[in-house]
Design a protein around this ligand. Structure first.
Ligand code: AMP
Length: 615
């Protein structure tokens, strides 16, 4: 395997993509390829096998998705590419990305298939013909076995987040699928880390793969205050305005986003909220670009929303803040971005927004810059109100110090007399009138504080399938039920005797009041099954948030698992057919001996995840 570090920033046109795809990229606002894309795209276009070591946030999806799009012959309505992902959320995201790159490819059809979704729908969609299938290993296996997924026309196979599939106990399934793909095909494997087992899979199934890593050379950053906000419970735009409003020493900001479309969108939204904001992107000619920078310098603008390339080299001393609204692709980009503040000996502030699934990128940045980035507590409504009241008082004080208030004092006295109220009441009424455009109190509720982020690379030891990929709902900032992380407590698994093993603690959300039903499944230690395999399969196949999965007892030939009462029939059916390590689990209510400490009641309605829309 030859290995290269991705560093280059070329243009998409240099990478060998077709004119139609280049147009699509312009339409969706991509300006330049990310480093991993610049390296991977030409290799994949040549038809070579590839190992890409990259995590979420590097642009790895487009790195394989764009070459896939080039290979698709829409006239052939058979799957020509298969992408395996560890979770249904990722399957949906990848399918959405592929669909967005197919803007100029009429008739293109991508199909996500994953557990928990009705077979009827999937069978119908498969029969209709999909050009690319994106799926979780269990369900893909199932369709191959039922002969409803035919891989005869397969040209490319992508393993996305291979290490995560390993962690979730799907690696045997992945190999089972790889064994059944046509001999002649290209394989791309993407993984944030390269554990030994993934290397082994790569050696066995990939042919002379090129290996691409994103660069994470150690760099030093200037003395800039660096903080991050974990995106949760609130839309990024609302969070941004709250943060900027209470930041001390705010003077001007550069806000970084990924696409040129996003620069315009965000600048418009900020302008609508009263900020003097403008977009800076690659569509602006040199003269327009210089004008924006001049306005930022002079104070005519306070916020510039920019892409990496457009903001390169900006030197405006009054930029007190850099906001990484979208996380950068790599450490290098981060260092360039934050170098736009703290100039000319002034204090600089860098704020980074991190979605839960991007936590490993945050940790890479910290490691590479050798500087910790502290969590930022989102200002509360009270904080914002206090700040607004303080500012209001200051502006009133300023006017009080000014000359020529007699005329107005006179009016206040007249109003007080006519209305038979005190001057204080008149002042209150005037204050109320004044703040109408921008109320001193902000409406709405404070979101619940985010769950603490894991340390290290974002993957807790001993956990099972702690997905960094969260459903899209999380990034949109709402509070709907979601696939979630779980306690990650040590479990007693394996062992040589025939007594059952139980996890030492139920998962967080299963409370003493949860009504749980115990089920038996036909896989156990003799099948080499571990607790994480069972949890991964159930979470993926039945759409049950793993924190709602109760205790799991591992026996030699079978196991028990507790699930909340009230499981929908569809989920129950899916679980009957689920396989763990290739063995059908045949889940049914357990009527055997009681082997736990009694029943628990369930306390909420949030145990079964709403099915995502099909595509
Ligand atoms: P990923 O690392 O694949 O999860 O991608 C993260 C985000 O970056 C997605 O929202 C992509 O749409 C976006 N993205 C990927 N490549 C580019 C690019 N070259 N320019 C702008 N945005 C991109």
């Amino acid at each position: 395997m030859s290995s290269t570090e991705a560093t280059t920033a070329q243009s998409f046109a240099d990478l060998g993509l077709s004119a139609s795809l280049l147009k699509t990229l312009t339409d969706i606002g991509y300006e330049t390829p990310s480093p991993i894309q610049a390296e991977c795209i030409p290799i994949l276009l040549q038809g070579r096998d590839l190992i890409g070591q990259a995590q979420t946030g590097t642009g790895k999806t487009a790195a394989f998705a764009l070459p896939l799009m080039e290979q698709i012959d829409v006239k052939v309505t058979r799957p020509q590419a298969l992408v395996l992902t560890p979770t249904r959320e990722l399957a949906i995201q990848v399918a959405e990305a592929l669909q967005s790159y197919a803007k100029n490819l009429p008739g293109f059809h991508v199909l996500p298939i994953y557990g928990g979704q009705s077979y009827t729908i999937q069978l119908k969609q498969l029969a209709r013909g999909a050009h690319i299938v994106v799926g979780t290993p269990g369900r893909v296996m199932d369709h191959i076995e039922r002969k409803t997924l035919n891989l005869d026309h397969l040209k490319t196979m992508v393993l996305d987040e291979a290490d995560e599939m390993l962690r979730m106990g799907f690696i045997d399934d992945v190999e089972w699928i790889l064994e059944r793909t046509p001999a002649q095909h290209q394989t791309a494997l993407f993984s944030a880390t390269m554990p030994e087992q993934i290397r082994r899979v790569a050696q066995k199934y990939l042919v002379e793969p090129r290996e691409i890593k994103i660069k994470s050379a150690t760099t030093t950053v200037a003395a800039i205050r660096q903080v991050y906000w974990q995106v949760s419970g609130m839309h990024k735009l609302d969070a941004l305005t709250r943060i900027l409003e209470v930041e001390d020493n705010f003077d001007a900001a550069i806000i970084f986003v990924r696409t040129k479309n996003a620069t315009v969108e965000l600048a418009d939204k900020l302008s609508a909220r009263g900020y003097a904001a403008a977009a800076l992107n690659g569509d602006l000619n040199q003269q327009m670009r210089e004008r924006v920078i001049e306005q930022l310098k002079s104070g005519a603008l306070d916020i510039v929303v920019a892409t990496d390339v457009a903001a390169r080299g900006i030197d405006v001393p009054r930029v007190s803040h850099v906001v990484n609204y979208d996380i950068p692709y790599d450490t290098e980009a981060y260092v360039h971005r934050i170098g736009r503040t703290g100039r000319a000996g002034r204090t600089g502030n860098a704020i980074l927004f991190v979605a839960p699934r991007e936590v490993s990128m945050l940790r890479s940045i910290e490691r590479a810059t050798r500087s910790p980035i502290a969590p930022l507590t989102l200002p509360s409504r009270a904080d914002v109100t206090n700040k607004r009241v303080t500012d209001f008082k200051a502006s009133v004080a300023e006017v009080l110090n000014a000359e020529g208030l007699d005329f107005f004092s006179n009016i206040v006295s007249q109003i007080a007399e006519e209305q038979n109220v005190s001057a204080e009441e008149v002042a209150a009424a005037l204050a109320m009138m004044l703040q109408k455009g921008k109320p001193l109190q902000i409406p709405g509720e404070d979101p619940a504080p985010p769950r603490p982020m894991p340390a290290g690379d974002g993957r807790r030891p001993g956990g099972f399938g702690e997905r960094e990929r969260k459903p899209r709902t999380e990034e949109r900032g709402d509070n709907r039920p979601r696939f979630d992380d779980r306690a990650g407590k040590p479990r007693f698994e394996g062992g040589g005797d025939s007594r059952p093993r139980f996890e030492d603690k139920p998962r967080r959300a299963v409370t003493a009041s949860s009504e749980m039903i115990r089920y038996r499944i036909d896989v156990g230690r003799d099948h080499g099954v571990q607790v994480k395999d069972i949890v991964g399969a159930i979470a993926n196949e039945a759409g049950i948030e793993s924190r709602f999965i109760g205790r799991i007892g591992l026996y030699d030939e079978s196991s028990t698992v507790e699930l909340p009462a009230g499981m929908p029939a569809e989920a129950a059916n899916a679980l009957k057919r689920t396989r763990v390590r290739g063995v059908p689990i045949n889940m049914r209510p357990d009527e055997g001996r009681p082997d736990d400490g009694g029943e628990r009641k369930f306390d909420g309605e949030r145990k079964f995840k709403k099915k995502p829309a099909t595509h």
